[in-house]
Design a binder for this molecule. Structure first.
Ligand code: AHR
Length: 656
């Protein structure tokens, strides 16, 4: 009996010491502070870490048109000891966008010959799935070469096969579909040639059948689904530094990324050799994922497209080349033409290109970004020229500009001062910093001028080591610090209009930059804890900010607590977000001041781990993921225990 009392006493004291901090928090739902923009939480897409080629763009063949600097990179010649062979022919005079093709020759009496493609760190092949092979080909006079197409697993065992006999003397597209009878993460595609003669080949391609919306030659559906699940407010594309290029010759030029796929001029990907510790010499941009596809993706997932264009400046971390101001016109014209491509009537010059690609109706572009992460007076001069031309022709388009790579310092202050003078509309700020910075900066926007430009927090991510370290982890500490910081973004929705984590995607075998929101291999993908933080904010956005105060002050780290509150006019719900960054359990008594009745039950969604180093992985993709439960209100009070190191969202129905 005595022991029993000791036990009771022991448990009671544990509960008391665990929930030792009491927090009385007031939320006034009758007094919304400001609106929350529909664009508040979005996504930042850049072709880094194999995000486009080798990632969301479902093409399985690497270097399909032999345009890489080394034309046979990604290809292996099978039986090279014979005199038969492959010749790379360059016709740049007649076809500058797609100069190279391969000529395969087998002389009489010689054995068969083959080419084998490695894919993007292998090809992900699924048992029972249909694969669509296609090629542009022409037989030379008298040639009757047959093609045998095979998929083989990593041990070289056949897992799918089909055949094709091109019969035209002129370039023609041939297609054949076939099913795989095994699943393989790192398959290869072999093409064997049989017969005598010579055949010319270009755009050798293989796509799975299960693309997003079953669009032929489209996007990888699991990756698009992860984006759609975020319910993002905008899609920024195509970067990032990729917009700038290491030099101007390799800047991103949207006009080279639309129209027929074989006419899209491949260039090197600027992340190819950027980091000596993560060299990726086989990283190029085929532009299969081009501007049309980005607009279509935005439309598919119901979000605002936000293209960012080169402003006549190459990456200032690399060559820092600039175009002289008196030669900026073609760059500005690209911006004007892009607006016409997106929004112009079907019979306008660029509207016609869009229509020809299957989209006669406009994409309703509302925003355009001028330059990525530029700094200095050269940027301001070029920005001014863009604004003048864009606003003259398209006064309603909102222009996004930026303050450079750093969230403070001389260049930041200069840009911010100049952009204020110029009445900039939306200004992009970037922060890659340690988790402590994110916890400390939840108040960053509390004192920003409400009558000046609006903020696009366009690139942010907590770095567990340091920026550009290959050892950065997408761990819970980083994600929790971002959640704390994001309560500050939400609280300041009167000045912060758009936010996006960066970068978005990374292939586990081919990344250059970590941390990243979503990781994948050739078959699987998963969201990081950071992904779930983004998803919880975006899926529980609300339409108005509500005051949420402890001792008359916003929660910005007192007792390790960070919080924000919103009201959703569409669903009539109060949405509370609370981050407990402390190692102790905390009790929160949240008093809802409202003239309306409340539901007696509420939904609670919690993301938590007492282990701050916890990460998700391909093997355990949802180890750290939100858990939903129902909680009961006491009148208009939510008495809630906040677990150590947790992020909680509470949704309460307001009754009328
Ligand atoms: O997100 C990775 C890179 O970081 C982006 O390309 C660039 O804008 C920033 O410096």
């Amino acid at each position: 009996m005595k022991n029993f009392f000791y036990l009771i006493f022991f448990f009671a004291s544990c509960v008391i010491c665990k929930a030792q901090t009491q927090n009385i928090i007031m939320v006034n739902s009758d007094r919304p502070v400001t609106s929350i923009q529909p664009t508040m939480w979005g996504i930042f897409f850049e072709d880094i870490n194999f995000a486009a080629d080798g990632g969301i763009y479902a093409e399985l063949v690497k270097n399909r048109s032999f345009e890489f600097a080394r034309p046979l990179m990604g290809w292996k010649i099978m039986k090279p000891d014979t005199t038969t062979g492959v010749l790379i022919i360059n016709r740049s005079e007649t076809d500058p966008a797609n100069p190279r093709y391969a000529r395969i020759t087998i002389a009489p009496g010689e054995p068969s010959f083959g080419l084998s493609n490695a894919g993007f760190r292998g090809m992900g092949i699924k048992k029972g799935m249909t694969y669509h092979f296609s090629v542009l080909a022409r037989q030379l006079e008298g040639s009757t070469l047959k093609m045998h197409i095979e998929l083989v697993n990593i041990q070289g065992k056949l897992i799918a096969a089909t055949g094709l006999v091109p019969d035209s003397k002129d370039w023609k597209k041939y297609s054949v579909s076939f099913a795989a009878d095994a699943t393989e993460l790192k398959a290869r595609m072999n093409i064997w040639f049989e017969g005598n003669g010579s055949i010319d080949l270009d755009m050798i391609s293989l796509f799975p059948d299960d693309t997003w919306k079953n669009r032929p030659e489209g996007l990888r559906s699991d990756l698009v689904q992860l984006l759609a699940d975020l319910k993002p407010g905008f899609l920024r594309f195509p970067g990032g530094c990729i917009v700038e290029g290491r030099d101007l010759a390799n800047r991103y030029q949207w006009k080279n990324t639309v129209g027929k796929i074989e006419d899209r001029h491949l260039i090197v990907n600027r992340w190819n050799t950027e980091f000596a510790h993560r060299l990726t010499p086989d990283y190029y941009q085929s532009f299969g994922m081009g501007f049309f596809e980005y607009f279509q993706l935005a439309e598919d997932i119901g979000t605002e497209p936000l293209p960012i264009l080169n402003c006549g400046m190459a990456c200032q971390f690399n060559t820092a080349e600039v175009v002289p101001l008196d030669q900026l016109d073609p760059y500005i014209q690209d911006a004007l033409d892009l607006i016409e491509f997106a929004n112009g009537p079907a019979d306008s010059k660029w509207g016609k290109v869009r229509t020809g690609m299957g989209h006669p109706s406009p994409f309703n572009l509302k925003f355009i970004g001028v330059g990525n992460e530029q700094w200095g007076s050269q940027y301001i001069e070029r920005y001014k020229a863009f604004v003048k031309a864009i606003k003259e022709k398209y006064p309603d388009i909102q222009i996004v500009t930026g303050t450079g790579p750093s969230p403070s310092g001389k260049d930041f202050d200069y840009a911010s001062r100049e952009l204020k003078k110029l009445n900039a509309q939306i200004v992009d700020e970037h922060y890659y910093a340690n988790p402590e910075w994110f916890f400390q900066n939840a108040t960053r926007y509390d004192n920003y001028d409400r009558n000046s430009y609006k903020i696009f927090a366009g690139e942010y991510a907590a770095q567990s080591k340091f920026t550009c370290s290959p050892d950065n982890q997408n761990n819970w500490k980083c994600a929790l610090s971002e959640a704390a910081f994001m309560t500050g973004l939400e609280r300041n929705a009167g000045v912060v209009y758009m936010c996006s984590y960066a970068p978005l995607f990374a292939h586990v075998d081919a990344w250059q930059w970590t941390p990243d929101l979503i990781w994948f291999d050739n078959l699987r993908s998963y969201g990081t804890p950071n992904y779930y933080v983004q998803k919880l904010f975006s899926n529980n956005k609300g339409t108005e900010v509500l005051p949420m105060l402890r001792e008359d002050k916003p929660l910005t780290g007192q007792n390790g607590l960070f919080a924000s509150a919103a009201y959703d006019k569409n669903s009539n719900e109060i949405i509370l977000k609370l981050v407990n960054s402390d190692q102790k359990v905390q009790a929160a008594d949240i008093v809802l001041k409202s003239s309306k009745k409340m539901g007696t039950k509420a939904k609670m969604i919690v993301l938590k781990s007492e282990d701050l180093s916890k990460v998700n992985s391909l093997e355990q993709p949802t180890l750290l993921s939100p858990v939903e439960s129902e909680i009961v209100l006491k009148g208009k009070t939510v008495n809630q225990v906040l677990e150590p190191y947790s992020f909680s969202v509470i949704r309460i129905k307001v009754l009328h």
